[in-house]
Design a protein around this ligand. Sequence first.
Ligand SMILES: [Zn+2]
Length: 57
Amino acid sequence: MMLCKKCQGKLEVARSCRRVRMRCQECSHEFHIHEVADILDEETEEILSRYTVLIYD
Ligand SMILES: [Zn+2]
């Protein structure tokens, strides 16, 4: 499980159009993938691997 760097809420993968972000369920802050790359867990990597055609900006 990945936790928000601001409030320790749970992060979920948020996909919109051609972007993928990690969104906090508590404070709704959206993180770019590269911002949370250091705390990526296996479950999340698995989900992101399905979006390889997308751009992680
Ligand atoms: Zn948060």
